[in-house]
Design a protein around this ligand. Structure first.
Ligand SMILES: Cc1cc2nc3c(=O)[nH]c(=O)nc-3n(C[C@H](O)[C@H](O)[C@H](O)COP(=O)(O)OP(=O)(O)OC[C@H]3O[C@@H](n4cnc5c(N)ncnc54)[C@H](O)[C@@H]3O)c2cc1C
Length: 498
């Protein structure tokens, strides 16, 4: 099963250089997704000298694996946020997200970016009683968010109840980020690709970042890496890492619906949209979420999406399959801002499934914070906020899950290496002399042996049979079959075993 997001089919070659000499900048931004690129744009405007350090290629992290939907509401119904906080908080969430959507829209017109941007309605509906639409409409009314009650026949799904939010949007997220990066790159804002940050050393006066080939000295560092790099117990214990999947589909009848569709069916959520790639329409469906590293069979999760689409549409063939990661915060809101009091490191994480907008918002908030400019939304998303009551139940759930995983993996019998029988392309954990080893057989039969212990915090990695990776069930680090880091908080790869 090949996995590749549909956006990669229509992207531009970025070809930014690898950093190969030591440099000194005002701000070093680690990561060139929507968060890193927005932060760079906002800081550059204020005259800072910036380096953006990207371990792989611009936009090809989670931003380039997303659905490309831009909307003011969030994954959580507005009334859930109101119940946890208050109406004022919901209003601020929606207003701040609208501001980020406007920012993206303005960039697209100001820089004349061709990224298939379309204004669209967002439709949220259910047939499982999962959402209380009376409450949702009441909150929308109170905060002045335009909506219409959704009636059957308006969209190509049958449902019990639903709501339509007009004037939301869609784009190709990869193209937007790549074009923005090209506009930004100059002597004041250098963008580097294939430049992985391996170490962060915060001194009194400045911070030193080490990459494989050079060092960067900076006054401030932004972790625009989706989850903060390295050990940050206060964040990693409050973030739930989840994996979900996307498929691209050709339909037989050419009836591709226009809009952002979020359907809640039998306690599962599916996101559907269409996209025109090289004059050919495609249907995209995203969902089938599970905790990273905890799926019995990742391919089965992709098949679940295929079954869902076949139930609702006349499918000709599945053209694309891919996976992507989300980090859910413990209190429904992302963590954006200074890592801790007095630190020169800034983080932006916990975006859940809403991070194209939250990532852009993070860039705006972080730049204001570094420029010491007051932002009306800074306090709401403050990274170091302490909300024990609001976060308690999710905090307990995520950490019990991590503890259970550790115990399960500790007592896992494994296999003795001599008993290992691997199919081509398969990976397994085996136990040799009491040590856990991650073994993979590639498509031509070569075997790679790695330590199965995640270097981040010591959990045992699990094989992801759809994306051919070793995934850590505790804090979401992922490694390719050769043990190199793909994503997550780990700085270093899985140790090689001879
Ligand atoms: C399947 C899916 C669909 C989604 N759909 C939507 C949607 O429609 N709308 C929405 O708003 N949100 C959506 N999201 C969420 C959204 O995509 C993410 O929250 C958002 O893209 C995160 O952006 P980011 O820039 O923070 O992270 P990323 O895009 O992941 O960027 C982080 C970058 O940091 C780099 N990096 C990591 N470690 C290092 C290192 N050590 N050194 C250098 N570079 C490093 C990575 O290579 C990566 O490029 C979706 C998510 C998924 C998984």
């Amino acid at each position: 099963m090949e996995t590749k997001p549909i956006w990669s089919e229509k992207s531009i070659k970025t070809n930014f250089p690898q950093l190969n000499k030591n440099i000194r900048v005002d701000v070093a931004i680690i990561g060139a997704g929507i968060t890193g690129i927005t932060t760079a744009e906002q800081l550059k405007k204020h005259g800072h000298k910036i380096a953006v350090l990207e371990s792989r290629a611009v936009g090809k992290g989670t931003s380039g694996q997303s659905t490309g939907n831009l909307y003011a509401v969030t994954e959580y119904p507005n009334y859930e946020i109101e119940e946890k906080y208050d109406l004022e908080t919901v209003n601020k969430v929606v207003q701040s997200r609208k501001a980020a959507l406007d920012y993206i829209t303005n960039n697209i017109s100001q820089f004349n970016i061709d990224c298939d941007f379309q204004e669209r309605s967002m439709f949220i509906f259910e047939n499982d009683g999962d959402i209380d639409f009376d409450k949702e409409k009441s909150v929308a009314q109170k905060i002045g968010l335009p909506f219409t009650a959704l009636k059957n026949g308006r969209i190509p799904f049958n449902f019990n109840e639903g709501i339509e939010y007009p004037n939301q949007a869609q784009f190709n997220p990869l193209l937007y980020i790549q074009h923005m990066a090209k506009h930004l790159h100059d002597e004041k804002c250098s963008i580097y690709e294939n430049t992985r940050v391996l170490e962060i050393d915060e001194k009194d006066e400045h911070i030193i970042l080490k990459t494989e080939t050079a060092t960067v000295t900076a006054n401030y560092v932004i972790h625009a890496t989706h989850t903060p790099m390295g050990l940050h117990i206060q964040y990693h214990t409050t973030l739930g890492p989840y994996r979900e999947y996307g498929i691209g589909v050709k339909l037989r009848n050419n009836q591709y619906p226009e809009g952002i569709f979020w359907g809640h069916f039998e306690n599962k959520k599916y996101s559907v949209r269409s996209y025109i790639l090289n004059d050919e329409p495609y249907l995209l469906c995203i969902g089938s979420m599970h905790k990273v590293g905890q799926a019995k069979d990742n391919k089965e999760h992709i098949r679940e999406l295929e079954t869902f689409v076949k139930h609702h549409f006349e499918v000709e063939r599945i053209t694309h399959r891919w996976g992507g990661q989300n980090y859910k915060s413990a209190d429904l809101l992302p963590y954006i801002g200074q890592k801790s009091a007095g630190s020169k490191q800034y983080i932006a994480t916990g975006f859940s499934t809403d991070g194209l907008i939250y990532g852009a918002l993070a860039g705006m908030l972080l730049a204001d914070e570094i420029n010491e400019k007051k932002n009306p939304f800074a306090e709401l998303y403050k990274a170091s906020r302490h909300q024990p009551l609001k976060a308690a139940s999710k905090f307990a759930k995520e950490n019990l899950n991590v503890a259970a995983q550790l115990i399960k993996d500790f007592s896992m019998p494994g296999f003795d290496s001599k008993d290992v029988d691997l199919e081509l392309g398969e990976g397994k954990i085996v136990q040799v002399d009491g040590k856990k080893m991650a073994i993979h057989k590639d498509e031509i039969g070569s075997i790679t042996k790695l330590s199965a212990i995640c270097p981040h915090m010591g959990c045992t990695v699990h094989w992801n049979n759809a994306e051919k990776s070793w995934d850590c069930p505790c804090h979401g680090s992922r490694f390719d079959a050769a043990g190199c880091v793909i994503e997550g908080p780990a700085f270093h790869g899985l140790a090689k075993i001879k």
